[in-house]
Design a protein around this ligand. Structure first.
Ligand code: 6PG
Length: 257
């Protein structure tokens, strides 16, 4: 791993989610101050859902400048949005239906399309939104990522060639749990974000995290996330951090890999 990294360990999943919500709110305000809008890509899976629900609760709900917030996804399962496995469907229930973000500023991945077509359609949406010239990649203000016990992140799975993608911004892939077709942003997009936050909770993730930090050769997809010259935050709860060395209280530590 390279780049500036910090680890923040919170006592439990609730405090983890509160911290994530605070980072969302702070980054929104900083981004809007800097360039007039906040563009975030959010993850699926179970871990961020508590944070999503908090985003819609007071006082946070009305403190976030939703009118200048643009929401994208890092990955999606190719299922209809009313399927329990839909990341967009979950986010709608958790916060999108309950906050004042304009619908036109929400960009779900088109999980209902045939996967390859869905990937091309979302890539086109990114090109249009960011006004990208050929060969350029979008730069998100903030990207939230999760991690599977197999070391995947977004829908970039170990051993799959999509992990080596260098040109496309969005690809179709099959795998994971649920084992379905998926769409995912690729590493060149994820790694260009101004800020990347991993949200990782639970003791079942502890052994994988230990590998991520201690074994530089493993080359799990999650280890290929670098914030380039920006900041990468590992936001963990105590259980997830339990096999990492050092102080497990709420603290910040800078690791230069
Ligand atoms: C997805 C994801 C995926 C997820 C991890 C962790 O849609 O499947 O974005 O990368 O973040 O699998 O998921 P949990 O939070 O459920 O452990």
């Amino acid at each position: 791993m390279t780049g500036n990294q910090r680890i923040i360990v919170k006592e439990n999943a609730v405090m983890l989610s509160q911290k994530a919500m605070t980072l969302f709110n702070q980054t929104a305000k900083e981004s809007i101050d800097r360039h007039g809008r906040f563009v975030v890509a959010i993850s699926g899976g179970a871990t961020p859902r508590r944070m999503y629900r908090m985003l819609a609760e007071e006082p946070c709900g009305s403190a976030i400048p939703w009118d200048k917030t643009y929401i994208f996804w890092v990955d999606e399962r190719c299922v209809p949005e009313n399927d329990p496995d839909s990341n967009y469907g979950a986010a709608k229930k958790d916060f999108l239906n309950r906050v004042s973000v304009p619908e036109a500023q929400v960009y779900p991945m088109p999980g209902e399309l045939p996967p390859k077509q869905g990937a091309q359609t979302y890539q086109k949406a990114l090109i249009d939104f960011f006004h990208l010239e050929d060969g350029r990649f979008p730069i998100f203000d903030l990207i939230f990522l999760g991690m599977g016990t197999d070391g995947h992140t977004a829908s970039l799975f170990p051993g799959h060639r999509t992990v080596d993608e260098k040109e496309r911004m969005v690809v179709a892939v099959k795998g994971g749990d649920p084992d379905v077709n998926r769409l995912t942003l690729t590493l060149p997009v994820l790694n260009r974000a101004r800020q990347i936050v991993f949200l990782i909770s639970g003791k079942e993730k502890a052994a994988t995290l230990k590998t991520v930090f201690e074994d530089d050769q493993t080359r799990l997809p999650v280890q290929k996330i670098h914030a380039l010259d920006k900041e990468l935050t590992w936001l963990l709860d105590r259980e997830a951090a339990s096999l990492l060395p050092g102080d497990r209280n709420d603290h910040r530590r800078s690791l230069l890999g």
